[in-house]
Design a protein. Sequence first.
Length: 594
Amino acid sequence: MKRLLFLASMLVGLAPVAHAADASWWNQDFAYRKAITLDTTAKGGNVTTAAGRVPMLIRLHSGNFTFDGVRESGADIRFVAADDTTPLNYQVESFDPVLGVALVWVDVPQLGAEAQQQVWMYYGNPKAQGADKGAATFDADYAAVYHFEDAAGTPPRDATAYANNAAGSVATVDGIIGKAARFDGSHGMKLPGSVSTAVAQGGAFTLSAWLKPDAIQQGKVTLYARHQGTQALIVGLQNGAPFVQVGEGDAAPASTPGEPLKAATWAHLAVTAADGKVQLYVDGKPYASLDAALPAMNTEASLGSDAADATNAGAAFAGLMDEVRLSRIARPAALIAVDAQAQGAESKLVAYGTDEKQAGVGFGYFGIIVKSVTLDAWVVIGILMIMAVISWVVMWQRATYVNRVSRANEDFLEAFRKQGRNILALSRDPTAVRLADASLYRLYKVGAGEVWNRRDADGHDHIAPESIEAIRATMDSTMVRENQRLAKSMVMLTIAISGGPFLGLLGTVVGVMITFAAIAAAGDVNVNAIAPGIAAALLATIAGLFVAIPALFGYNYLLIRNKNVTANMQVFVDEFVTRLAEQQRTVAPAAVAA
């Protein structure tokens, strides 16, 4: 009863929470939501200057999202601001629930500094249609954005509303964000010249991209080039060091190269130009600058090579390039730093919270663990659950039995002592059947029966002294059987106590082995990939302890109760035999005199 009252009080306590969660739920048609925190504090991204409007990358994978309840196409995902009222524009770059990977760009209207900002991701609506608004996710000053998620052989598409799709195609491979363009060092691709990409005389401009050089190429290597008559804007590498040049020929103003990039390592490169100054950034930090104003340009541009300047062209780039963006304004340094941090493989700027059901009860952490449990671990856990049920049934049956015997023994002793010196009177009392559950009564019946049998056989009221020891032996054998009845099925508890933890440990070891084998096969050590598998493996150990601990407590409790019953039987046998011998010594002289 107390347990029921406790559970009821918990449910009553949870009711206001559930009601509050439902009341604040953005849309009742969506069954689940997930809290995503943009942390610009020192413990998170450590952003000290407000970045303004940011297309924030949300990386979903099996380590932070179970992909359970969401549609296979991802059409039912929605993003809502911290007020849980304002929908946010978003663009799905890729969504694959089978592999457990998704990349989504969310339009964050204002990313502040040194604060925590929450975004809600809703999902779990089978009727929902896709609400991807890719063109609106990137503000109007983004002239072109290339994710390189296009099908093989297809020219890269522009993700903005301007549709500045590239000309020509490049191979794509796994990049730092989904797919990346593969440049082979022999040719690049063309970016169109249009009204949206045009630059006025002395105007503003931003180029940003992720680079991964295959090796450090000696001499000049062109990453981006745009020519207008005798004017040009060139961004490239000089012996592996980034530089920017405004104008044609070796005499044109160019930034001084600094530290070279590392081969086969991703680096974020950005160039901004405004008010007669060009600034170069590497991994979000200022790298070099150049005092020069951009010329007016509205022509095509080249990416990965400089095919338009055959006389003074640098070598074509050999390596990977990902998330290339062109802007019609000079993006602030704070935004470039945020992009470099948020788009990297490991970012403290974005933190993923637990998933919640519409009822308001979180299931995220436990759901992640359960979804990560392997088949072999489920087999072990299933065996342990069967053992747990068996042990609980045994404990209930044995506790019920020993309680019934103990109560009946107390009633028997009370009735037995009321008989006084006539210790055999109760054996032929028809009302004594009520004491049948008492183990002492069963011992008494056996002992009394032996006495009556011997008296009837001899024809007198006394028995030989030798018969008393025989009666004791008979009662002792009965007591052994009573002890066996008390200990019936207790071996199941000892199996649960000793075998449960070992089975759980077996499941954990196998689960850990499979997790590390999967990591070795993937060739990628990522804490987000390791943690769910290890946590799921430990679930088997918890299941083993869940079996063993109650069984241990129950076994010790029943053992003490059984020992008490056994001790009472031993005392009663001694008392019965002693009183019987005393009675025979009293009866025997009288029989002799007669």
